[in-house]
Each structure stands twice: as C-alpha cells, then as structure tokens.
Design a protein around this ligand. Structure first.
Ligand SMILES: Nc1nc2c(ncn2[C@@H]2O[C@H](COP(=O)(O)OP(=O)(O)OP(=O)(O)O)[C@@H](O)[C@H]2O)c(=O)[nH]1
Ligand SMILES: [Mg+2]
Length: 459
C-alpha cells in the first residue's frame, strides 16, 4: 500500500474523456514497464520486461486476472521518451468506461494518478523541453486557427528559446568582459570599450523590442482578431455578419435600428480566427435602448483591431457617414461598399480618399466572401508575425522580456552617463536573470506551478 501511495510512476488517460475509436493510457516513471507487465499480456511468448524502446506489441489488458480488452502496448525506454523516463502507452478500444478500467488496472498495479500537466512537467525537469516549449504544448492543444498553429509549431521547435539564448549569450559575454576588466585590470591591454559595449547592447535591445512588438500580433492570432462591423442603420451590417458567420446569427430586417445589442461570433477567414461584433447602426436617436446600443458600439470600435466600415452603395453619403469615416482615421479599416446589386448613388471617390482598403460587395451574395477574405488577409497580414523565429506567447513571457529590456536600457544609460563598468555589469546580470526567467532556467516553483495549472490531466 505504501508503495502505491508513494509511487513515482504516474498514469493517466491521455486521450479525451469521450467515446472514440481508441483511447490511450500513458504510464511514466521507474516502474512503468513493471506496471505494464502486470496489466498487459502480449500474445505469444513475448515478455513486456524484455521489450526494447520504440517497440509495440498486441495483447490482452487484464485486471485481477480478468480480461478487460484487447489492445496495443508501446514501450519507450529512458531517456528516449516524452518525459525522459520509461514510458508505457496502452491503447485500448475508445470508450469512457473501458479506458477508466484500464487506468484503474494501472493504478492497482503500482502507478499513481498523474496530476494536470505532470507528464510535460517531467519532460521539463529531465531537460527534454524548455519552459517556453512546455507552454507551446498547452498552446498547441488549445490552438483555434491554422495561423496560430503554425506559430506554435515553431515555438515547440524551440524558436523563442534560441532567440532569447542568443541575446542572453551576448549579455553574458559582455558581463564576463566587464568582470575580467574589473578583476584583472593589469592583464587587460586596453580599458573597457564603451562604444563597442553600447553597440552590442543596442542590438540586444532591438531584438527584445521586436519580440515585445510581436506580442500583440501573437495574442490576436491566439485569441482571434477582435473585429467590429459598424456603419449607419440599414446599410447591411447584420447581413455581412451572417455572411461571415455562415449562419443566421443576426436579425436582418428592412427597418432602421434592428440591431441594438452587440452580437458576437467567432469566425475563420483566410486561416485567421476573428471575434466579430455586429453593432447597432450609428445615428442620433431618442430611443434610450438604441442609445445604449450606439454607446456600446463606440466602445467596441475603440477596442477592435479591425473595423468593417459598411456603406450603402444605393444611397448618397450622409453627414453620419462622414463622421464615421473621421472617427476611424487611426484604425485598421476595411471599407465595405455594400448592395452592389442596386443602382449606385454613392460618391465612391470620397471613400477612396479616406480609406486605403475598399471592397465592393453584395452581402446577400455568398460569392462576396472570397473578396472579403482576400481584403482581410491583406489588412491583418499574419505574415507580419515571423513564425519561424519565435514570439512572445503569454503575459509571463512578456513580463520577463520587458524587465530584461528595462535592465538593458539602464545599462545603456549608465554607459552614456560614464558610470563605472561594475555598475553596468550589475544591470547586465539583471537582464540575464530576467531572460533566464523567461526561458524557465531560473523560474521559481510557483511560476512552474502556474504554467502547468493550464494543462489537462494526461498531458
Ligand atoms: N439589395 C440588397 N439588399 C441588402 C444587401 N445587404 C443587406 N440588404 C438588405 O438591407 C436591409 C438591412 O439589412 P441589415 O443587415 O439588417 O442592416 P443593418 O446595417 O444591420 O441594420 P441595423 O441593424 O438596423 O443597423 C435588409 O432588408 C437586407 O435584406 C445587399 O447586398 N443587397
Ligand atoms: Mg443590424
């Protein structure tokens, strides 16, 4: 009993808790193969204990002498496994009950239940993954768009870690040179080269800045780009929303002021995830409810990264249209001239002067989706995030990068102000420390706990 309570060998169902083709129960730790041997009986004369790493066999899964299922056992030998430990993966028929019974059998055979993210945590502790790669595993599991998945794949490959390590190395080299200069001044031919130090520090600063600048783009890719559909009443905003959503999400009617509250929908356009809000039409109104709707629309417009500004091709532009265009001066806007199937009464040149991206559509016609997709891809441009070179993926990483940036700034100011090199060295050490926190090399137990709290059991 004590053995089971203190077992360092963990087990969990690694596939989702739902009916499916197959389920996989993963066991990891010193006794993984021993646990698998008790539970899994290969057909023929093969012995589980003699199985080499990366080999599989077919057989029966047993609990207390009773057969539970047929399945496949896959063995990984330390250190060549996900966790770096011995790992046994038992695949049985998919089904909530059968997989729970197989897990129970593994627990009875000496494993203990794994905690959330414990397999990946072990991979981190055994040096198989860095903290940023472990975070990328969680991001990959929850990725909602192709674009973000692409970013995360590079991250999983260690892109951010490599980028940060290169910056860190420059700082460590510089700090080392300063220390040598302070400790052995007589052996140094020349004094500390401030100009060269500044140049190398400035290069580090711009690398960190580029990473911080990419944070917003990365977040937008992750959570969906926040977008709002705005315009006067009756121009076809809700019709556009339904076209983008691919279903009747908003009420469409030939009555001005139909949409009052914000209607929100997650959509995919050109491989990018968007969170789109259909808003109340902008107009002066005495209706108190509609006024609240217009107020909400203005707030949402402020917060959105992309605005679909809709105008009606069949009506001349009015004062409200011009006011809207003025309010959008500093935003990323796709100007949508809707109702192209109707006779044109709009002065297009006025819009052309104000907006660089214009698309002419009929929101009632599904073929307009292609035009919208092209225009949106050009505007949001996921390529602006260099997926191959790593990016800052969460607030924890951003905090550490920003702290490193501040420390490099202080070092640069110290150099400019002619401060002694030992003070510069202290600032460089602070920058290195922040970058090591980012990559997890000196992250506290608390930080690691918080990273793994986002994981599911079995990962
Ligand atoms: N002919 C034509 N009619 C359209 C088109 N798009 C929308 N409409 C019509 O225009 C009217 C208003 O459409 P909505 O989508 O409800 O307009 P809205 O901008 O959401 O209006 P509010 O919610 O009142 O602000 C409806 O009768 C639609 O069928 C289009 O491309 N061509
Ligand atoms: Mg509407």
């Amino acid at each position: 009993m004590t053995d089971i309570l203190y077992s360092n060998t963990i087990a969990a169902i690694s596939t989702p808790p739902a009916a499916g083709g197959v389920s996989m129960i993963r066991v990891s730790g010193d006794r993984a193969v021993e646990v698998a041997e008790k539970v899994f009986h290969p057909v023929g004369s093969r012995k589980v204990s003699e199985m080499a790493g990366y080999t599989a066999c077919y057989g029966g899964i047993y609990s207390g002498g009773k057969k539970l299922d047929d399945g496949v056992l896959l063995i990984f030998r330390a250190p060549h496994s996900y966790t770096g430990e011995d790992v046994a993966e038992i695949t049985c028929h998919g089904g909530i009950l059968v997989s729970r019974r197989v897990l129970r059998a593994c627990l009875d055979a000496g494993a203990r239940m794994a905690q959330a993210g414990e397999f990946t945590r072990r991979a981190l502790l055994s040096g198989k993954l860095t903290l940023t790669q472990a975070e990328a595993v969680a991001d990959m599991i929850s990725a909602k768009s192709d674009g973000y998945l692409q970013c995360v794949s590079a991250q999983l490959d260690g892109a951010l870690y490599r980028k940060i390590s290169a910056v860190k190395q420059t700082l460590v080299d510089l700090a080392g040179e300063i220390t040598a200069w302070i400790d052995y001044p007589d052996e140094m031919e020349e004094g500390f080269d401030y100009a060269d130090g500044r140049k190398r520090l400035e290069a580090c600063r711009s690398e960190i800045n580029a990473l911080l600048d990419g944070y917003g783009v990365g977040q937008a890719m992750k959570d969906g780009v926040s977008a709002a559909i705005v315009g006067k009443p009756n121009v076809g905003k809700s019709t556009l929303m339904n076209l983008l959503a691919g279903c009747e999400r908003s009420i469409v009617a030939d009555i001005e002021g139909t949409t009052r509250d914000i209607v929100e929908e997650n959509i995919m356009l050109g491989g990018i995830a968007f969170s789109v809000a259909d808003c109340a039409g902008i107009r002066e109104t005495n209706d108190p409810i509609e006024r609240i709707g217009v107020e909400k629309m203005r707030k949402r417009m402020e917060q959105s990264r992309l605005i679909f500004a809709v105008f009606d091709n069949s009506r001349p532009l009015s004062e409200e249209d011009f006011q809207l265009a003025d309010a959008l001066k500093d935003k990323t806007v796709l100007c949508v001239i809707n109702k192209q199937d109707l006779e044109s009464r709009i002065d297009k040149s006025c819009l052309e002067k104000r907006f660089s991206h214009i698309v002419e559509i009929s929101a009632e016609n599904e073929s307009s989706l292609r035009l919208l997709t092209e225009a949106v891809k050009e505007l949001v441009n996921p390529e602006s995030l260099d997926v191959s070179s790593g990016f800052i993926a969460n607030e924890r990483q951003r905090d550490s990068a920003a702290a490193a940036g501040r420390a490099v700034d202080s070092a640069l100011e110290a150099i400019a102000g002619g401060v002694t090199p030992d003070a510069v060295g202290v600032m460089l050490e602070a920058a290195v420390d922040s970058l090591s926190q980012l990559t997890g090399e000196n992250a506290s137990e608390q930080v690691i706990d918080s990273v793994f709290s986002r994981f599911c059991v079995g990962k």
